[in-house]
Design a protein around this ligand. Structure first.
Ligand code: SF4
Ligand code: SF4
Length: 207
């Protein structure tokens, strides 16, 4: 078998001392800096609007528009009467590769609907955002389209979304130490889902 000999590149004196490469890098950075400074200043005076300058997104106050298929925090969709579309079939819990969904189904008061979840938890500290739960659902009952990305919390308990938070994406338990007892369950009373958050006096905040 023929052997091909590849000669190693021997660095020159100027390559060994790095100074030309450092100056070359500084030149590129300076060109971009002064170009953006010039364009942003021109834009302030209404000039050269057709030429865009590099923009910095001031996250979290400012957020990039998300792609429509972006997978963000989960939510449970609702029927017209405000009860969950979920029929407690357990497909999502079964398919979830991270085993982070816990569902407890119960008989639905409406005889036309077989079951509904009285408990539905997703542990965001374990979820890998694969979206399988959304894909597998036969009822379009779970989606990942809330656009909510800031999911940080200071305790493992606060990372668990329960049925209250899944039914109402505006709702979020405090991100600090969470002293709620898990699991929470909800039941339908007078056509409304009611649970025990209110009874423990939890103050909630929006993202
Ligand atoms: S996105 Fe994936 S890992 Fe997260 S709850 Fe759904 S199935 Fe489980
Ligand atoms: S969310 Fe969908 S897949 Fe999961 S239990 Fe409910 S109906 Fe079944």
């Amino acid at each position: 078998m023929a052997v091909k000999v590849v000669k190693r590149h021997t660095p020159t004196f100027w390559e060994k001392i790095y100074i030309p490469q450092i100056l070359c890098g500084l030149k590129i950075t300076s060109i971009h800096f002064f170009r953006n400074l010039f364009l942003h200043t021109a834009h302030l005076f209404g000039l050269m609007k057709d030429r865009s300058a590099a923009a910095t997104i001031q996250y979290p106050e400012e957020q990039r528009p998300l792609m429509s298929r972006y997978r963000s925090r989960h939510r449970l969709t609702q029927r017209d009467d405000g009860t969950p579309r979920c029929v407690g079939c357990m497909l999502c819990e079964t398919v979830c590769p991270a085993k982070c969904i816990t569902i407890v189904p119960d008989e639905h008061p409406d005889p036309h609907v077989e079951k509904y979840p009285i408990r539905f938890d997703i542990d965001l500290g374990v979820c890998v955002y694969c979206g399988y739960c959304v894909e597998v659902c036969p009822e379009d009952a779970i989606r990942m389209d809330t656009g909510i990305l800031d999911l940080a919390a200071y305790s493992r308990e606060a990372m668990q979304l329960d049925i209250h938070e899944l039914m109402n994406p505006e709702l979020r338990k405090p991100i600090g130490d969470c002293d709620l007892d898990f699991p929470h369950t909800c039941e339908i009373h007078d056509g409304e889902m009611k649970g025990d958050w209110e009874s423990v006096g939890v103050s909630t905040h929006e993202h």
